[in-house]
Design a protein. Structure first.
Length: 285
């Protein structure tokens, strides 16, 4: 990671020297198994290798933030921190922990919920907390709109030469979250999220507060990577505001009754999935 950090520092310094805008994706190996600490980080927290690695990782992020300050770029740079998936609990204590059900490689929220902290001077008020739906799919249109290209989705859909002489023609599933992040609109433009498995199956769909599970992983620990998903004849239903930890189906005495009373939720779910699949006609996977 220190090699990655050095590369990122040099890249940003060169962009500042050349007076050019830049996009830097500092994609570290922290936190991911197996953690290899430098000597100075060992035993730093007294809480084990995961916590020591987090402190080391935090220091790397801090160095980049300080660099932006030192170069006078902080007020004109969007900084976002996130991770690529939820906790891999099966590798604890080297892996992470989550209060949500399941972990990486499952259909449950523990495998999908990730942190998202954004510093956007002059646009996002410090201390703002938003509870709408956002996805990494939204980063491309959001960041390009912030950089002055709000029509990238439409342009790429038609076909455009944005980089070199190559024509890019594709369907972008993301939304521009800028107006929501800035407080100009009250709600996120993203109402839906599709949970796709590593094998290509549609595991679940979320729209607004509702989540329908079409395939569920019933295994735990390392068995998650060995056992297949179970396809359900009738999807399980969760309201993630009422039950963010998805406990109702195995702990709620009246869950089955509650679920069948809301079977009509399948109708809008079909519309969302059909709309998504329709893009395959022109843009097959």
């Amino acid at each position: 990671d220190e090699e990655f950090l050095g590369g990122a520092v040099n890249f940003i310094k060169k962009a500042q020297k050349d007076r050019k805008p830049f996009f830097c994706w500092f994609n570290t190996s922290r936190m991911h198994i197996w953690t290899h600490l430098k000597k100075e980080s060992e035993g730093k927290t007294g809480l084990g290798i995961e916590a020591d690695g987090m402190v080391e990782h935090d220091g790397h992020v801090g160095q980049l933030l300080k660099l932006l300050d030192d170069l006078g770029l902080a007020d004109n740079t969007i900084v976002m921190y996130s991770t690529d998936n939820g906790a891999e609990v099966m590798s604890w204590p080297d892996g992470g922990m989550t209060p949500f059900r399941g972990e990486k490689g499952t259909n449950w929220e523990g495998g999908w919920r990730v942190p998202a902290a954004i510093r956007w001077p002059g646009t996002i008020k410090p201390g703002t907390v938003l509870n709408g739906i956002g996805s990494h799919e939204d980063l491309l249109p959001t960041l390009l709109a912030a950089a002055g290209d709000p029509n990238v989705k439409e342009e790429v859909l038609k076909g455009t030469k944005k980089i070199g002489n190559m024509t890019y023609k594709a369907h972008i599933d993301g939304y521009d979250l800028g107006p929501w992040l800035s407080g100009k609109v009250a709600e996120s433009p993203r109402k839906e999220f599709l949970y796709w498995g590593d094998d290509g199956g549609l595991l679940a769909l979320r729209y607004n507060n509702w989540k329908l599970v079409f395939q569920e992983q019933r295994a735990h620990g390392f068995d998650v990577w060995e056992e297949p998903f179970v396809t359900l004849r009738v999807p399980k239903l969760f309201n993630l505001r009422m039950d963010p930890f998805e406990r109702a189906d195995h702990e709620g005495m009246d869950y089955s009754h509650w679920r069948i009373d809301r079977v009509f939720m399948l109708v809008p779910a079909q519309a969302y999935v059909s709309q998504w699949l329709s893009s395959f006609r022109e843009f097959p996977p």
